[in-house]
Design a protein around this ligand. Sequence first.
Ligand SMILES: Cc1cc2nc3c(=O)[nH]c(=O)nc-3n(C[C@H](O)[C@H](O)[C@H](O)COP(=O)(O)OP(=O)(O)OC[C@H]3O[C@@H](n4cnc5c(N)ncnc54)[C@H](O)[C@@H]3O)c2cc1C
Length: 459
Amino acid sequence: MPVSILVNDLHSELNPSMVQQVLTVRSESDVQHAIGLAARTGQKVSICGGRHAMGGQQFGSDSILIDTTLLNQVIEFDSALGTITVGGGMQWPQLIDYLCERSSIWTIAQKQTGCDNLSIGGAISANVHGRGLKMKPFISDVESFRLVCASGEILTCSRTENQELFALAAGGYGLFGPIVSAKIKLAPKVALQRLVEIVDCTQLIEMFDERRRAGFLYGDFQFSIDEASDDFLRKGLLSAYVPVSADEHSPSNNVSLSTEQWKELLFLAHTNKRHAFDLYAKHYMATNGQVYWSDRFQLATYVDGYHKQLDPNLGQEHLGTEIITEIYVPRMKLADFLLAARDVFKSAHADLIYGTVRLIEKDDESFLAWAKEPFACIIFNLHTEHTDAGIERSSRAFRGLIDLATAFGGSYYLTYHKYASRKQLDKCYPQFAKFLAKKLEYDADEMFSSDWYRHYKRV
Ligand SMILES: Cc1cc2nc3c(=O)[nH]c(=O)nc-3n(C[C@H](O)[C@H](O)[C@H](O)COP(=O)(O)OP(=O)(O)OC[C@H]3O[C@@H](n4cnc5c(N)ncnc54)[C@H](O)[C@@H]3O)c2cc1C
C-alpha cells in the first residue's frame, strides 16, 4: 500500500498536495531513473525546486515528486565569456557565493526580489524577473539548458538547438520535463549607488525614464499600503541604482534592517499599516546614497515560515499567510491603474501587506510570454485568512485587479495563484490552448503533470 506524502508551497501554504513519493535527485542519471520508474508504473511526475510557486505548479497529487534541490553543482564557469553552467536545483545564495569567491568581474544579472531560496530551474520555468530597469525576463539570461524528456532522453535546448522546446520550457512550469542543468549568461559586477526619493505615482514613469536615460540599472517603487490614507497606492519610495566607481565608493558600513526589524515591520504591516510604511520609509531614506555590489544587493531578508512566528502575536481568529499577485499595464497607464486599483481594494476589503512597481522589457522568445510589451509590473502581497471567506476575499481582489489591468491593455502573471477566471486567462494568454496542445505533442502520455496543469486543463 503506497504511503502518500503531504507537500505544500512555502509562502502561501495554500497548495497542499498528496504525492506518492519524493525522489531527491543528485545527477542526470537519477532523474532518468525517476522518469523510468514513472514510465514503468504509469505514474505522473511533478518537479520542484524551492517550492515557492503558489498555484500548485510544482506538485501533482499522486505523482512522483522530483525534488531538484541537490542538483546544485557548478558544472562549468567560463570567466572569459561570462557564463556559468549549474544544476537546475542550484539556488541563488549558493550561486552568488560561488561567483563572489571565484570572480571579481562577473555576477548574475537579475534574480527575483523578496526571496532567495529559489532555484535556477524554477526561475527558468516561471521565466522570472528582478528589478532591472532595462531587462527582459530571465529567458534572456539563459544560453541553454538540458532537459530530460518523457522518453528519458536528454536534450540540449537553446536558440539554435531544439528551439521550440527552449521557448516552451522557459516559462513552461515544468510541463516539458526536468531541467537538469542550465548555462546562464552573467553580467559585469559593478558597484551601485542607491538613490531614494518619496514620489507620487503620477510622476513615476517620467522619473523611471529619467533614471534609465541617466544609466541607472535597477530600481523599484514601493508604495503606501495604508488604505485609510490618501497616499494609498499613490505615494511611495522610488529607489534606483546607478553604477559608480568601486575605487571611490567602496560598499561598506551600510545601514540595513536586521531580521528582528524585518519581523517588526511585518507585524506592523498586519496591524498598523501607516506606522509600518512610515517606519519603512524612514529606514529607506536613511540608505539614500549608500553603495552596494550588484550581486548581494539583490539578496533579500526572507524569514522562512514567518507567519508561524507572527500569528500568535496577531491575535487573529484564523491563521493566515500572504498570497502575491503581479499585474502588468502599459507604462503610460500605470498611475491611472494604481489610482483606480484603490476602489478594487475598497470593495474587496483586501488586506495589502506590501506592494511594489518595477519595469520589464518585452519578451519575444518564450511561448507563454507574460511580458508581451514593455510593461510596468505591479506586485501586491495580500494577507489571506485560511478560511473560505478569506480566500474568496483575496481571489476577488485578484480578479478585480486583473479586470482593471486588462481594461488598460495589461495582463497578469501565472506564477502566483490560479484564481483568474477562464475569460481572464483567454484574454491575457490567448496562446494558452496552443501551449496545452504543444505539451501533448512533446508528452503525449502527460507524464509531467501538476495540480496547476490539471486545473487549467479543466477550465
Ligand atoms: C516571496 C516571493 C517573492 C517572489 N518574487 C518574485 C520576483 O521578484 N520575480 C518573479 O518573477 N517571481 C517571483 N516569485 C515567484 C517565483 O520566482 C517563482 O514561483 C519561481 O518559480 C519559484 O522558484 P522555485 O525554485 O521555488 O520553484 P518551485 O516553486 O519549486 O517550482 C516552480 C515551477 O518551476 C518548475 N520547476 C522547478 N524546478 C524545475 C526544474 N529543475 N526543471 C523543470 N521545472 C522546474 C516546477 O515544476 C514549477 O512549475 C516570488 C515568489 C515568492 C514566494
